[in-house]
Ligand binder design. Structure first.
Ligand code: GLC
Length: 541
C-alpha cells in the first residue's frame, strides 16, 4: 500500500470550526458550509477529531458509541452529505479512531461493571495496580466498581484501556473501522495507537512514569498488521496515520514502511518538546533551536534511508500555536508563519495544516483559569499549585501550554464570536479575532503562501518524492535541508531568527533558480542574505 505523496491534510476540530445551529458547538453542517473555502486553499483530505457520542470528559476522545454521530454535531445523514459534497470537490475525509480506550460509559464497560465476564475481558483488570502514572495525572489504575480489582486508564479515569490481547476486542474494533470505511472515508488517524500492545504480565516501571512498560511493545506491530489486513489494507488511495506517543525512529520505520503493511505514516512529538524544561511539559522555556534542528535532521534522514514516512506538523488540537512557541510573533507574525510552513511543506513526509494555521492564528491570551475547560489543563493547574507555584506562576504556565490554546473557535470574521456561532461559544474565541480572521487574511500573504506550497507539492515530484539530506548542519540560525530526486536538487533554507543571516552557496545553487520565498525574490549569488524568518528554496535541475 503506497500513498499519494502529493496530498496535504487539513485538520478540523469539529467542536470549534463552524456552528450552524446556535448551540455554541461547531457541527458537521458547518464543515459542509466551509468546504469551498478549503477547496480554495487546495487541501486534499480533512482529518476530523472525534464527533461520536461521548460524555465529553476529554472532548470526544472518550467514546461511548463508536458508530454514531453525537447529536451536538448533527446526524448520520449530515455525515453522509458531508462526505458526498467533499467527494464532488475532490476533498476526502480521515476519521479519528480512538481504539486504545473507550469511555467508561460505553456499553462494554457498563456490562463489565455489571458483572458480565465476557465484557470484563474487554478491559485490563488486575488485582493490584502498578506504579504507572496516567498521562493526565495521578495513578493509571482505578478501582473497578466494588470488585476489589483495578482497571487501567492511561488517560482520564473515564477512559478505560481496551484489552487488545482479547480477539473479540480486536474483532469489534475492526468492525468499527470497516463501518466508517464503508461510509466512504478515505483515511484514518489512529489515536495513541502505539500504546495498544500491553504485556501479559504488567509490572512496576519507575522509569519515565511507566511509559517503557506499554509504549511501542513488539506486539503492537502484529496488531497493526492484523488491523491493516482486516480493514483498509487493500484499498487504493487510502491514507492512515498513527499518533505515536514517546516513540522511536526504529519503530516508526516499522510502523510505516509500506512492505510492513501497518500504517502509511506516523506522528511523533519529539520536535514539540524542545521547549520543555528537563522534558517536563508544565514548565516555561524558550525553544532550543539546536535540538529542533537535530531532531528534524535525524528523523528526516533516518526515515528517508529506512523507507519510513513522517507526518509533518507543528500544530494540532493538543499543542499551543506554533507561532507563539517558535517565532517572535509580535513583530514577525507573517514572516514567521510562512517560514514555519515552508520548513515542513517542502520537507519529506505528508504535511498537516491545523485549522487557523493558514491564516496565522495565535494563542487566545485568556485572562483567567475560568476561561479554560480542558481536563488536562485543569488537572495541571492543581498539580502546579500543589508543587508550590503561586497562582500567578501556575496560570502563566497554563496560558503558554494549555491544549485549549489551539481549540478556540476558528476565526472567520470580526463579528461577535469571530463569526463562529450566534450563540454562546463552548470556549471563548482568542482576543486576536478582530484582526486575524479569514475575511481579512484570505487575500493576505500567509494564506497565499500556503496555497503556493500546496500547489508546488502537486507540481514537483522532488517535493513529494525526493530524499531528505541535512544541509548547513552546524549553522546556529538556519535550519536547512536538501531534497534529491534523480538529477534534481532542491535546497530549502529557513532562518529561524529575527536577524539577518548571510550564507555562502555552492556554485550550483548560486546558479540555481528561486522556487519560492516568503520575501520578494532576490537574485542568487555566491553569498545570499536571508532576512528575519526568511525561507528560500532553490531548485537545481
Ligand atoms: C491523543 C489525543 C488527545 C487525547 C488523548 C487520549 O493524544 O490527541 O487529544 O486526549 O489521545 O485519547
Amino acid at each position: 500500500m503506497t500513498i499519494d505523496k502529493r496530498k496535504v491534510v487539513y485538520q478540523i476540530y469539529p467542536k470549534s470550526y463552524k456552528d450552524t445551529t446556535g448551540t455554541g458547538v461547531g457541527d458537521l453542517r458547518g464543515i459542509i458550509e466551509k468546504l469551498p473555502y478549503l477547496k480554495e486553499l487546495g487541501i486534499d483530505m480533512i482529518w476530523l477529531n472525534p464527533f461520536y457520542p461521548s460524555p465529553q470528559r476529554d472532548n470526544g476522545y472518550d467514546i461511548s458509541d463508536y458508530t454514531a454521530v453525537h447529536p451536538d454535531f448533527g446526524s448520520m445523514a449530515d455525515f453522509e452529505e458531508m462526505v458526498a459534497v467533499g467527494q464532488d470537490l475532490g476533498i476526502d475525509f480521515m476519521l479519528d479512531m480512538v481504539l486504545n480506550h473507550c469511555s467508561t460509559e460505553h456499553e462494554w464497560f457498563q456490562k463489565a461493571l455489571a458483572g458480565d465476564k465476557y465484557y470484563q475481558d474487554f478491559f485490563i483488570l488486575r488485582d493490584q495496580p502498578t506504579d504507572w502514572v496516567s498521562k493526565f495525572g495521578g495513578n493509571a489504575w482505578a478501582p473497578f466498581g466494588d470488585t476489589g480489582k483495578y482497571y487501567l486508564h492511561l488517560f482520564d479515569v473515564t477512559q478505560a484501556d481496551l484489552n487488545w490481547r482479547n480477539p473479540h476486542v480486536r474483532k469489534e474494533l475492526f468492525k468499527v473501522v470497516n463501518f466508517w470505511k464503508d461510509k466512504g472515508v478515505k483515511g484514518f488517524r489512529f489515536d495513541v495507537i502505539n500504546l495498544i500492545g500491553k504485556d501479559e504480565v504488567l509490572e512496576d516501571c519507575p522509569v519515565n512514569d511507566g511509559k517503557p512498560a506499554y509504549t511501542d511493545r513488539p506486539i503492537t506491530h502484529d496488531y497493526l498488521r492484523m488491523m491493516n489486513n482486516a480493514t483498509f489494507g487493500s484499498e487504493t488511495g487510502f491514507m492512515t496515520v498513527g499518533e505515536m506517543s514517546a516513540t522511536t525512529i526504529e519503530n516508526c520505520i516499522l510502523y510505516t514502511a509500506p512492505e510492513r503493511e501497518e500504517l502509511s505514516m506516523a506522528f511523533n512529538f519529539h520536535h514539540l518538546k524542545v521547549d520543555y524544561k528537563d522534558g517536563q511539559k508544565w514548565t516555561l522555556m524558550d525553544f532550543d533551536f539546536e535540538e529542533l534542528k537535530r531532531l528534524f535532521h535525524t528523523w528526516g534522514e533516518e526515515m528517508s534511508v529506512g523507507n519510513g514516512w513522517n507526518a509533518l506538523f507543528y500544530n494540532n488540537h493538543d499543542q499551543p500555536r506554533a507561532l507563539n512557541r517558535f517565532v517572535d510573533v509580535k513583530n514577525f507574525r507573517t514572516e514567521g508563519a510562512t517560514m514555519l510552513a515552508a520548513s515542513i511543506h517542502l520537507s519529506r513526509g505528508t504535511p498537516y495544516i491545523y485549522m487557523g494555521e493558514e491564516i496565522g492564528m495565535i494563542d487566545p491570551d485568556f485572562d483567567s483559569m475560568s476561561d479554560y475547560v480542558d481536563v488536562e489543563s485543569i488537572n495541571a493547574y492543581q498539580m502546579l499549585l500543589e508543587q508550590g507555584h503561586s497562582p500567578e506562576q501556575a496560570f502563566k504556565i497554563i496560558q503558554a501550554k494549555s491544549r485549549d490554546n489551539s481549540r478556540t473557535p476558528m476565526q472567520w470574521d470580526a463579528s461577535l464570536n469571530a463569526g463562529f456561532t450566534s450563540g454562546k461559544p463552548w470556549l471563548k474565541p482568542g482576543k486576536s479575532y478582530t484582526t486575524i480572521n479569514v475575511e481579512n487574511e484570505k487575500t493576505g500573504p500567509i494564506f497565499r503562501f500556503y496555497q503556493d506550497l500546496i500547489r508546488l507539492r502537486k507540481e514537483l515530484p522532488i517535493i513529494a518524492e525526493g530524499d531528505y539530506k541535512a544541509a548547513y548542519k552546524d549553522h546556529d540560525k538556519v535550519y536547512a535541508f536538501e531534497r534529491v530526486l534523480a538529477d534534481e536538487k532542491l535546497l530549502v533554507l529557513n532562518n529561524f531568527f529575527a536577524e539577518e543571516v548571510v550564507l555562502e552557496l555552492s556554485d550550483e545553487y548560486a546558479r540555481g533558480q528561486v522556487l519560492i520565498s516568503n520575501y520578494p525574490t532576490t537574485k542568487l549569488a555566491k553569498k545570499v542574505k536571508l532576512q528575519p524568518y526568511q525561507s528560500l528554496a532553490i531548485l537545481v535541475q
